[in-house]
Structure formats: structure tokens, C-alpha cells
Design a protein around this ligand. Structure first.
Ligand SMILES: Nc1nc2c(ncn2[C@@H]2O[C@H](COP(=O)(O)OP(=O)(O)OP(=O)(O)O)[C@@H](O)[C@H]2O)c(=O)[nH]1
Ligand SMILES: [Mg+2]
Length: 272
């Protein structure tokens, strides 16, 4: 399934800027569109954050290397520009997390369904990083690698044709008879739902007035594309009110006191 407003995505990564060849191919930042809203993907090392973004933006499951610092993807959604920040799960980049979360309208907390510790880390190590996000920030909890445990997640969506650097073959595209061995599922949906409730309590949010956990907990596979569009597009729709509110605040007539004082001073000539 393609996004209803599918348009090119721009990718920029501080980790690639040092590479000369890439530097020449870097976009012209002067022409870059200003994002209207920001989404951030957080989670432990190796849970598949970058792979989810590749799957959504490039329709591919590609080889990845562990993210250094962070990278951002720009997605046009209707008339709006949405920036999606991919962060590094590695401990040494942890400090950057709260920087990336500053002003975020939505945070995607990602774990690996075959790794209990990756869920525990979300609460222990990542949740407090979101203190810098917007006060009305939306939280999604995403269990990735569902293809390893759930036969429904094995049905692959077609990959984009051109390119060539995607992983060789797609044996998982057909669940039978070449289905890969199933891994033991360590994190269940109920565990994610329970974490979602704890997050609302941590944020002092009223559960009844917040998005219900059933809508905010996803199981995905970056490998097959299972639920990946659903995840991002549900969030894009949810952050639209936040964009509209920001825009109307910017458009509402306000008086800049500093500017008035400056004009008055110049008129009176007292400061010239
Ligand atoms: N089976 C399976 N493997 C996946 C999936 N998503 C990612 N992987 C694999 O998991 C490994 C880590 O993926 P990344 O996307 O680099 O993980 P990350 O969360 O970005 O990791 P850091 O950048 O180090 O924080 C890679 O070997 C991926 O191929 C998935 O949905 N299913
Ligand atoms: Mg990564």
C-alpha cells in the first residue's frame, strides 16, 4: 500500500556528511522545505528503527549499519512536510536523544518482539528522553521483527524495482514452503499495552482523554512491510491537528513588544 500523498523523501544524515562522495550528492539545504512537524523514532540498538524508515520511505528492506548520531527523512503529507528523525540506539549516542526529541509531536518507541530486554530499555533508558517533546506529544509503541514470530507478518509487500542494494532474494515473501523458522516471541501485545498505560501515567496524562492503547501499539516487520504504512500514516493523521494549531498560532495577530519599543526609540531619537 502506498501513502495517499506519496511524494519523494529527502534523507540527510550527519553520519554521511563526512564522506566526500556523499557530500557532493547532498541536497541543497537552501532549497529544503521547512518541516511543519517532527516525529522521532527511539529504541535500543538493532531493533530495526532504520529498517522501518527505509521500508516506509524507499519500499525496501536494505542492509543497514548501526546508526551514528541520527538521520532525518522528510515526507510530504498532503500540503505538510513531516520530518522523521531516526536515532542511534547505541549507548554512546544516548545523550543526543533528548535533543532529537525537542519539540516532537510524536515519538515512536521501538522494540524487537523477540527480545524482552529491548522493551524494558524503552522504559528504563528512553522514556525520560521524551521530556523535551511537546506536551501533547503522541506515543506509539512498536514491536518490530514480527516476521520472526507471526505467520501473518510473513506476507511480503513487493519491493521497488530499481536500486539494487536491497538484500538478495526474498525467501520470506512466500510463507510456505520456504518459511523461515519461527523465533520465540518474548514480548506480547499485552506487554506493550501495559507499557503504554505506564507511559501515560509518567506523562501525567488522563488515560480516558488519551489515544487508546489498542490504536497506539503496533507490531511491524520492516522486512516484509507488515503494518509499516499503517504505523506511519496513522501517526501522520494524528499529528495534523498539532500542525494546524501551530499554523493558526503563527498566523494570529500578535504584537511584538520589542519591535514596538525599537520603533518608538527611533522616532524619539533617544537611542540614535
Ligand atoms: N527479521 C527481521 N530483521 C530485521 C527487521 N528489521 C530490521 N532487521 C534486522 O535487524 C538488524 C538491525 O536493523 P537496523 O534497522 O539497523 O536497527 P536499528 O534499530 O536502526 O539499530 P541502531 O541504528 O544501531 O540503533 C539488521 O540486521 C536488520 O536487517 C525485521 O523487521 N525483521
Ligand atoms: Mg539505525
Amino acid at each position: 500500500m502506498k501513502g495517499k500523498f506519496d511524494i519523494d523523501v529527502l534523507v540527510a544524515s550527519p553520519s554521511t556528511i563526512t564522506n566526500r562522495r556523499v557530500q557532493r550528492a547532498m541536497p541543497d539545504y537552501a532549497k529544503m522545505k521547512k518541516p511543519d512537524v517532527k516525529l522521532v523514532v527511539l529504541g535500543d540498538l538493532n531493533v530495526g528503527k532504520t529498517s522501518l524508515l527505509h521500508r516506509y520511505t524507499e519500499r525496501k528492506f536494505k542492509d543497514t549499519i548501526s546508526t551514528v548520531g541520527g538521520a532525518f527523512f522528510l515526507k510530504q503529507w498532503g500540503p505538510y512536510n513531516i520530518s522523521i528523525w531516526d536515532t542511534a540506539g547505541r549507548e554512546q549516542f544516548h545523550g543526543l536523544g533528548s535533543l532529537y526529541c525537542r519539540g516532537a509531536a510524536a515519538v515512536i518507541l521501538t522494540y524487537d518482539v523477540t527480545n524482552w530486554q529491548s522493551l524494558a530499555e524503552l522504559e528504563d533508558r528512553f522514556l525520560y528522553l521524551t521530556d523535551t517533546a511537546n506536551s501533547d506529544c503522541i506515543f506509539a509503541i512498536v514491536g518490530n521483527k514480527a516476521d520472526l514470530t507471526d505467520p501473518r507478518a510473513l506476507v511480503a509487500e513487493p519491493e521497488e524495482e530499481e536500486g539494487g542494494d536491497e538484500k538478495e532474494g526474498v525467501p520470506w515473501a512466500n510463507p510456505s514452503p520456504t518459511a523461515p523458522p519461527m523465533f520465540r516471541k518474548q514480548v506480547f501485545r499485552e506487554d506493550a499495552v501495559a507499557l503504554y498505560s505506564r507511559i501515560l501515567r509518567y506523562k501525567l496524562l488522563d488515560e480516558a482523554a488519551s489515544m487508546p492503547a489498542e490504536r497506539m501499539c503496533f507490531e511491524t516487520s520492516a522486512k516484509t512491510g507488515y503494518n509499516v504504512d499503517l504505523l506511519f500514516e496513522t501517526l501522520f493523521d494524528m499529528v495534523l491537528p498539532s500542525i494546524l494549531r501551530k499554523k493558526s498560532q503563527n498566523e494570529s495577530p500578535t504584537v511584538d513588544l520589542e519591535e514596538c519599543l525599537e520603533v518608538n526609540r527611533t522616532k524619539d531619537g533617544c537611542c540614535t
